[in-house]
Design a protein around this ligand. Structure first.
Ligand SMILES: O=C(O)C[C@H]1C=CC(=O)O1
Length: 92
């Protein structure tokens, strides 16, 4: 099952820079492991915003929730999840 997820990141002003850097490094490692195993198909930056559009290929809502809530930045992100179905006009 494919899901489009928009993630908007907002760190608290009070967060020390070294804690922010630590979380961002952990996020990169977590993210790239999911990309390597094929469940995290795409991640694109939204131009001019600290946000991304991502596409996940997972077996269930529960699996997606487990992945999303496991991101180190999860407490600092708002997410909008859109389940995707095949378009009848698609050629592939
Ligand atoms: O958009 C971001 O930088 C946050 C983020 C969420 C997953 C990921 O790899 O990075």
């Amino acid at each position: 099952m494919l899901y489009l997820v928009r993630m908007d990141v907002a760190f608290p002003e009070s967060m020390p820079a070294d804690e922010r850097d630590r979380l961002k490094a952990a996020e990169k490692e977590f993210s790239q492991a999911l990309q390597r195993d094929g469940r995290f198909r795409h991640i694109w930056r939204v131009v001019g915003e600290y946000a991304n559009y991502s596409v996940f290929d997972v077996a269930s809502n529960d699996e997606l929730h487990e992945i999303l809530s496991g991101f180190p930045l999860f407490p600092y992100m708002t997410m909008k999840v859109t389940p995707l179905a095949k378009h009848p006009n698609a050629i592939d």
